[in-house]
Ligand binder design. Structure first.
Ligand SMILES: [Zn+2]
Length: 269
């Protein structure tokens, strides 16, 4: 009996490993389903990103935009160094990082589209407060992109809506619908925010990434304390979904601090 269970277990494991689109998330090792070809989702992402930028007021000069650029680049480089050291630089081949600041003081938000297209809104800067605070949010957003949460979410959406033929079919038949599924899957502007587990995973990975880049990870719970105060003061945090609760996030981040310190490189890589 026991042998049989073991055999079935083995068959199950082998078939899981052979499923197309099953990938492992870096750092956490979680298995995820990415049904959409990376270059395909990036093509859609880069187009949508340009669309958002063209419809927004992008801040092109000044210290705030420069800081968004600086922090983004610093964490990007640290992530690249980490993957190189893991002999896994190929993982990053299709990323085209970009870090833009959008003038909108009423929006306390930031997001990252697949392939590394990051946007911050000026409304979140009073809460990030300083460079290290900004690195908390930047690490989190970069983590969403590295963990392919957009692809995972979109794969789920396609499966739920029973859309066959994949996203390529939707793009050619109904580009508007492809755009809606994409923005919805990312939780940008509407509908479906990332799941609680994806948010926690981005918190965890983001904490490690900011540490690799030489930012003290202790700033992460401090940022969330400020976010908590902002929300309690009646502010609407468009940044991320409302779950997990800020309290859970803070507790988790504090729990992960010892591990984050092992990645910490003062001065960055
Ligand atoms: Zn998030």
């Amino acid at each position: 009996m026991r042998k049989r269970i073991l055999l079935y277990g083995l068959i199950f494991l082998v078939s899981c490993a052979m499923l197309p689109g099953v990938r492992k998330v870096p750092l956490t090792g979680r298995s995820q389903l990415n049904l959409i070809d990376e270059q395909e989702i990036n093509a859609l992402s880069f187009k949508e990103y340009q669309k958002v930028l063209s419809e927004s007021k992008v801040v092109t000069g000044g210290p705030q935009a420069a800081m968004v650029q600086k922090v983004g680049l610093r964490i990007q480089r640290a992530v690249e160094t980490y993957f190189r050291e893991q002999n896994n630089s190929d993982y990053l081949t299709n990323y085209r990082w970009e870090f833009n600041l959008i003038e909108d003081s009423k929006t306390a938000n930031a997001w990252c589209m697949p392939g590394g297209k990051v946007a911050f809104y000026t409304g979140i800067l009073p809460i990030t407060a300083d460079e290290a605070g900004l690195a908390v949010v930047m690490g989190h957003e970069i983590a969403h992109a590295i963990a392919n949460h957009g692809n995972e979410r979109m794969s789920q959406t396609l499966a739920m809506q029973k859309i066959s033929g994949g996203i390529a079919g939707v793009i050619s038949n109904d580009p508007e619908k492809a755009s809606q599924i994409f923005m919805g899957a990312l939780g940008i502007g509407v509908l479906l925010p990332f799941s609680r587990s994806n948010e926690s995973e981005a918190d965890y990975m983001g904490l490690m990434f900011m540490s690799m880049a030489g930012y003290n990870p202790e700033h992460a719970p401090l940022f969330w304390e400020r976010m908590l105060k902002y929300t309690n003061g009646g502010g609407t945090p468009q940044f991320l979904s409302t779950h997990p609760s800020h309290e859970t996030r803070i507790a988790n981040l504090k729990k992960w601090l010892p591990e984050a310190r092992t990645y910490y490189r003062p001065g960055g890589s």
